[in-house]
Write a protein that binds this ligand. Structure first.
Ligand SMILES: [Zn+2]
Length: 248
């Protein structure tokens, strides 16, 4: 996959980095990423990936913009209230970078349609707001052997984990939340700048993983505490009894 003169100029500050170079930039162009949830985390992840030159983006979200979204979702403006987030986010991407092929999907993803919606993607980024969706997405990714970057933010706490095959996200969460459909943000609150921080960090992990920067990226959960401003990482052990990736 080659880069045009315009792309070489556009991505010059990437290409000059020894860790990225032309090879890394072409890997980004070749990548097809699904982003689930065009909310607070999506508002940071989607622009970062589109600006970085990821070749294909699928944006999956069945919500419309509501007024209480605007404090953490700068993809949208006041005039957008009532409109589809997936469509608006795709419009944003087209304006930002015409080299990106973007596909909006205004659908709720669940265990029945996840395999169809996620097949063929090199990376799935899940910034949705409930455990039932997250677990359905994770199970599909395990089935396809697709890498999953799962990101969440609530109150002042953020977490981001990159999983592939085993351990999976279900090893970390367990099975208790399959029926949990609550909107954490509505019930518990979330600081707007926290979702931007967690989303930006997620985009960085995604790009590192696609380009091949750093090592030991999988199976680790990065935890951010927004009031004390500290990051730490823990390793997720594989659950032998995991119903998605376990051997049982
Ligand atoms: Zn598992």
């Amino acid at each position: 996959m080659s880069l045009s003169d315009e792309e070489l100029e556009r991505y010059a500050r990437h290409i000059v980095l020894p860790q990225v170079g032309g090879v890394g930039q072409r890997k980004l162009k070749a990548a097809k990423i699904a982003v689930i949830g065009a909310g607070g985390i999506g508002s940071a992840v989607i622009p970062a990936l589109a600006a970085a030159g990821v070749g294909k983006l699928t944006i999956i979200d069945n919500d419309v913009v509501e007024l209480p979204n605007l404090h953490r979702q700068p993809l949208y403006a006041e005039k957008d209230v009532g409109r589809s987030k997936a469509e608006l986010a795709a419009e944003f991407v087209r304006h930002l970078n015409h080299f990106v092929e973007v596909q909006p999907v205004h659908e709720r993803i669940a265990s029945d349609n996840a395999p169809d919606l996620l097949a063929g993607h090199d990376l799935v980024i899940d910034g949705s707001d409930n455990f039932a969706t997250r677990l359905a997405v994770s199970d599909s990714c395990v089935r396809f052997n697709a890498p999953l970057l799962s990101a969440a933010a609530v109150q002042f706490q953020g977490q981001v984990g990159l999983f592939k095959a085993r351990p999976c996200y279900r090893c970390f969460v367990g099975d208790a939340f399959d029926a949990d459909d609550c909107d954490n943000c509505a019930e518990l609150g979330v600081l707007g700048a926290l979702t931007a921080t967690v989303g930006g960090y997620s985009a960085l992990i995604a790009i590192n993983s696609l380009v091949g920067i750093g090592e030991d990226l999988f199976g680790k959960l990065h935890l951010f505490q927004g009031d004390s401003l500290s990051w730490r990482a823990i390793r997720i052990p594989p659950d032998p009894a995991c119903k998605a990736c376990g051997s049982a």
